[in-house]
Design a protein around this ligand. Structure first.
Ligand SMILES: C[S@@+](CC[C@H](N)C(=O)[O-])C[C@H]1O[C@@H](n2cnc3c(N)ncnc32)[C@H](O)[C@@H]1O
Length: 276
């Protein structure tokens, strides 16, 4: 039985409930493409039958698998460049000064996809802040898709992936070639950890963060879930920490939680704690 309009509507609602990702009805073909392999492995002969399985037993693992399969994982090393310049010129020097006593930094790539953002942060620190090489610096990458988390943990990238955004000098300095792939060197890997986290559900145990990169994920969320997400992120930050959003994203409707600061041709957010 082929997928009907109401089956697609059910799938859209399921994804929204599981991951807060909004999928436009014009993208129904994406369900066919991404879910057919899962449907087959669940014993369904087509997507319509799979929807019946999802509805009948409400199997939690399959509901999660549907949401994970529908995520958009587009990313690259040093994506958009400007935020990384702002980190190099303004945010990191300031944080380093603030943490001179504890000599400890905790960074979060929330919605890290396949890990390029977290590894870019580690490379940026190694390259431009050698004076903190003896500090306790950890970058946490989290994502709702277990598949991309496994990929990030492997720390191995294809030529096409390293060619997107990673300057040749940094590639040679921080990655080692192994056949057709490039592997992140042990020094950079040891700074990064990856784990599963759904930003719209209670988070796993994570430290309080000095810096949060929340980029290119808000755009998939409806307004009400964005507000929920900002509250979660706010709770997870050090009072003097910084939040960086994607180029086209804003902390709109969260003005009581964050104030904006302009720096290095870009902007970032600081959490507000007073009056809460
Ligand atoms: C387009 S990628 C952005 C990756 C990276 N932040 C960047 O800017 O290059 C969006 C990521 O958000 C993840 N994602 C979507 N909804 C999520 C949720 N509810 N919780 C955690 N991660 C989510 C997706 O799995 C995907 O890997």
């Amino acid at each position: 039985m082929a997928c009907t309009d109401s089956d697609y509507a059910y799938l859209r609602e399921l994804v929204l409930e599981q991951s807060a990702n909004l999928i436009d009805p014009s993208r129904n073909a994406l369900f066919d493409m991404r879910l057919t392999p899962i449907a087959r492995s669940a014993g369904a002969s087509n997507l319509g039958d799979f929807v019946n399985i999802l509805k009948a037993d409400r199997p939690a693992h399959l509901h999660r698998a549907v949401a994970e399969a529908m995520t958009i994982n587009e990313t690259s090393f040093f994506r958009d460049l400007t935020p990384f310049e702002m980190l190099r010129q303004t945010i990191l020097p300031r944080l380093i000064e603030q943490r001179a006593e504890s000599r400890r930094l905790r960074l979060w790539s929330a919605a890290s996809s396949t890990g390029q953002e977290a590894y870019s942060l580690a490379m940026l620190i190694a390259e431009h802040f050698p004076l903190i090489s003896g500090w306790d610096v950890k970058i946490f990458g989290t994502d709702i898709s277990r598949q991309v988390i496994d990929y990030a943990r492997r720390g191995r990238y294809r030529r096409l992936e390293v060619n997107r955004g990673l300057p040749a000098r940094m590639l040679l300095k921080y990655m080692e070639r192994d056949g057709e792939e490039w592997e992140v060197c042990s020094r950079i890997r040891s700074m990064c950890e990856f784990e599963y986290a759904n930003l719209c559900s209670p988070l796993p145990k994570l430290p309080a963060f000095d810096l949060v990169m929340l980029r290119n994920v808000l755009l998939y969320f409806p307004q009400r879930d964005r507000r929920r997400l900002f509250r979660q992120v706010h709770r997870q930050m050090e009072p003097d920490g910084c939040l960086v959003l994607g180029n086209a994203e804003q902390a709109e409707d969260s003005t009581k939680l964050f104030e904006v600061e302009f720096a290095s041709n870009s902007y970032f957010y600081r959490p507000i704690f007073s009056g809460l």
